[in-house]
Design a protein around this ligand. Structure first.
Ligand code: DSN
Length: 417
């Protein structure tokens, strides 16, 4: 059944049903390159739409505040056990509503107001919730930030160590939203150990790659690991925290009652499904193809003279600096969208432009790979992107490209739609 075209929904609310149908069509007809997006399976979507949403379950399996938890407890325990098996974690909390509340719960659990954090800065690829000044973590904590080197666009671990020695943070955060290279969790752990800091690894973008064995895991190195569940992991919209047993109580209290009320049981169930899918051999193949597709796409973009931050990619994402193309990230993203290629404008390291109209665009391969696209499609995509970025005002070209892309997409059914 197409859950996006449910007859009961259409009968009850045709206006909303039309909007959902239009969004489903959009997701079918375009190349979705936003690296944090994906297509969850129909099984994941079905669990998300289940009656589990009707139940309140404050607490944890076996220790709830309301009656009627016999099946919910089993669902949550299944999700926990599967997460432990996939990631090898000692303790898992599957209740965070998403990545931002997961990070906030960790700070609430393990830090005091005013404690110092050392994290990657947002304009260099870090995440808002790692202490950027407009967020609650930026307001409550004393935040120092490292970035990437100007020559390599890679994290300079010697600089991170120097900053850690100088600032003596209580917590070091590694993990990023726009960093196309492998993270060296062992190096971060060594620095954290040297200065007596806790290490938090936020693997929201790469948790599917970690589960699939194509990116090193932080679990053996970090005190706490947070992730969203809907990016490369291909689950429902949600969050998860993994930690060493010694932090288990504090983390659980940090989530509930510290930061949230009742867990979204339908999301927990869908996460259990996604983790079951991630444990299958074909998920490893998926993760490998996400990375190989990104490399093929990057290589072809380089032949067209695109400037890639750090010169390429090791993971699922590519950050393009458009300064040498004479077009801003916003203009390029708008033209690409009209041509059926959906990405986001993004700051590049040391960006001379403002964040709302930055110099770059950020693209990634998780969603296209879920549709079964491979090297041939990546080459076509790079060629289309090149044509569009060279002539962003050529509306005839953009519309013709959108038609060609719609035809291509018809041959690659999107999971879950
Ligand atoms: N919004 C997500 C991303 O696009 O990377 C991170 O929170």
């Amino acid at each position: 059944m197409d859950l996006n075209a449910h007859p009961a929904l259409r009968a009850a609310d045709p206006t909303l049903a039309d909007l959902i149908a239009l969004e489903a069509q959009r997701q079918r007809d375009v190349l979705r390159l936003i690296p944090s997006e994906n297509y969850a399976s129909t099984a994941v979507a079905a669990a998300t739409a289940s009656c589990l949403a009707n139940k309140y379950s404050e607490g944890y399996p076996g220790k709830r505040y309301y009656q009627g938890q016999q099946y919910i407890d089993a669902v949550e325990q299944l999700a926990i056990d599967r997460a432990k098996a996939v990631f090898g974690a000692e303790h898992v909390n599957v209740q965070p509503y998403s990545g931002s509340p997961a990070n906030l719960a960790v700070y609430f659990a393990l830090l005091q107001t005013g404690d110092r954090i050392l994290s990657m800065s947002l304009p260099h690829g870090g995440h808002l919730t790692h202490g950027w000044n407009v967020t609650i973590s930026g307001r409550l904590h004393d935040v120092k930030q490292y970035g990437v080197r100007p020559d390599t666009h890679r994290i300079d671990y010697a600089e991170v160590r120097q900053m850690a020695l100088e600032h003596k943070p209580k917590m070091i955060i590694c993990g990023a939203s726009a960093y196309p290279r492998t993270l060296d969790f062992a190096a971060f752990a060594e620095i954290a150990r040297e200065v007596g800091a806790l290490l938090l690894a936020d693997i929201a973008h790469i948790s599917g790659l970690v589960a699939g064995g194509v990116h090193p895991s932080p679990v053996p190195y970090a005190d706490v690991v947070t992730t969203t569940t809907h990016k490369t992991l291909r689950g429902p919209r949600g969050g998860m925290i993994m930690c060493r047993e010694v932090h288990a109580k504090a983390i659980d209290r940090g989530v509930f009652p510290g930061n949230q009320g009742g867990p979204h049981n339908q999301t927990t169930a869908a996460l259990a499904v996604a983790l079951h899918e991630a444990a299958q051999p074909d998920f490893k193949v998926y993760a490998q193809r996400v990375v190989s597709n990104a490399k093929t796409l990057a290589d072809r973009l380089l032949t067209h003279g695109f400037s890639l931050v750090s010169g390429g990619t090791d993971n699922h994402l590519i950050l393009i600096d458009l300064n040498n193309k004479g077009v801003s990230g916003k203009v390029a993203a708008a033209a690409l969208e009209r041509a059926g290629i959906v990405c986001n404008a993004n700051s590049v390291p040391f960006d001379p432009r403002k964040p709302f109209d930055p110099s770059g665009i950020r693209i990634g391969t998780p969603a296209l790979t879920s549709r079964g696209m491979g090297a041939e499609e990546m080459v076509k995509l790079a060629d289309w992107m090149n044509a569009v970025v060279r002539a962003p005002d050529d509306t005839a070209l953009l519309d013709r490209t959108a038609n060609e892309i719609r035809a291509l997409c018809a041959g690659f059914p999107a999971p879950g739609l």
